[in-house]
Design a protein around this ligand. Structure first.
Ligand code: HMG
Ligand code: MG
Length: 331
């Protein structure tokens, strides 16, 4: 039967804010997460346990505070929530675990066990499809990063403070274009990395079009290649940036192919500090509206998300990048 249920992963609080030049107050980040939790969105990427020298906004002590806060004061939400945090290495995992260990009964280790008052926590590792991007973003080769992720995934599965298995998402960046190597990213290489990450125990592969250089035909080629390599649709999420305005077109291609999980960012916030010129993620408002026009079910309240997009872009002094958001608000 045709499955019309869509899972949206809201990455605004992490990807959306990590590129801002000025420091964003903790209260604003928490308010953003709390407000997003009221909209029907169920998975929210809330921070990154990365080196503060590399990405000051996402600075790990702030992410520790955010995680701690969310466990002690889970947002009131109509549905159980999952909060996701990036971890690039063992140090990031240790930092995340140290918060989880302080509050072992406050979190559920899988979305299935989450309740309204007990959110699930998910961790995300992030590889790249090109050597240049891997080097810039992680300061190591693809092979070195995969060796690190093997250990991180294993540790996340085996030695978290509950002794249970945390869900792990694995990103692959620059799958449809690299700021340093151009358009011709090899889809076979992407499929190979995805297969390796799944074999390590990753629960989901998030394919990042970091630069927004992806086009409809190349999105299709990549999906065909992944299918030929045996990667299942249910293991794939797409993470489109909208730099060239192609995100919805690419999402349509992925939808037709059977993909049902998409990342988005309220107000179209975002960018990547190691992808010069790349702008925001596809806006949550745009994706929710697009899905509604197709009869797909996101479970997300468009008006509420539009209000948040308007508020957060004003709050941090960014241009409001969602066409749908602006239209809905009559601006
Ligand atoms: P490195 O410099 O090679 O790390 O960076 P190192 O192991 O040599 O350590 C150097 C220092 O960093 C040490 O401190 C470590 O303790 C510290 P010192 O002894 O000098 O005082 N350190 C850490 N501190 C906090 N948390 C940690 C951590 N690890 C080491 N986890 C490293 C390697 C991976 C740490 C660095 O390159 C890094 O943090 N990279 C992350 C970059 C990043 O966050 N990029 C943005 C997110 S990815 C993205 O946006 C793409 C995505 O949206 C998908 C898409 O669009 O494609 C996900
Ligand atoms: Mg991104």
């Amino acid at each position: 039967a045709f499955d019309n249920r869509i899972k949206l992963v809201e990455v605004g609080p992490r990807d959306g804010l990590q590129n801002e030049k000025t420091s964003i107050p903790m209260e604003t980040k928490i308010e953003l997460i709390n407000r997003l939790a009221q909209t029907g969105l169920r998975t929210i990427e809330a921070g990154a346990f990365v080196s503060p020298k590399w990405v000051p906004q996402a600075c790990m002590d702030k992410s520790s505070d955010i995680l701690q806060h969310l466990l002690i004061n889970p947002p009131s939400s109509p549905k159980p929530l999952t909060f996701s945090f990036l971890v690039p290495n063992q140090k990031g995992l240790d930092n995340a675990f140290s918060i989880l260990a302080k509050n072992p009964s406050a979190f559920a280790t899988s979305p299935d066990d989450a309740t309204a008052s007990k959110p699930a926590v998910e961790l995300a590792v992030f590889a790249a499809a090109t050597e240049s991007f891997s080097r810039k973003n992680l300061n190591c080769s693809i092979a070195e990063s995969l060796a690190t992720f093997r250990q991180v995934i294993q540790a996340a599965k085996e030695s978290n403070p509950h002794g249970l298995s945390l869900r792990v998402r694995a990103y692959i960046s620059v799958v449809l274009g690299c700021p340093f190597e151009g358009h011709d990213v090899d889809p076979h290489r992407v499929a190979q990395i995805a297969t390796e990450l799944l074999e390590m125990g990753a629960d989901e592969i998030a394919l990042g079009d970091t630069t927004g250089m992806g086009t409809a035909p190349r999105t299709k080629d990549l999906l065909v290649c992944l299918r030929a390599a045996g990667v299942r649709n249910e293991d794939i999420a797409f993470h489109f940036h909208d730099t060239y305005g192609q995100a919805l077109v690419n999402i349509a291609v992925a939808l037709e192919h059977g993909i049902r999980t998409f990342d988005c960012s309220v107000g179209g916030l975002g960018g990547c500090p190691y992808s010069p010129g790349a702008t925001g993620n596809v806006a949550t408002e745009d994706v929710v509206y697009f899905m509604e026009t197709l009869g797909m079910d996101t479970g997300v309240d468009l008006d509420k998300v539009a209000d948040i997009g308007e508020w957060i872009t004003k709050e941090i002094g960014r241009e409001h990048a969602s066409s749908v958001g602006k239209a809905v608000l009559g601006a």
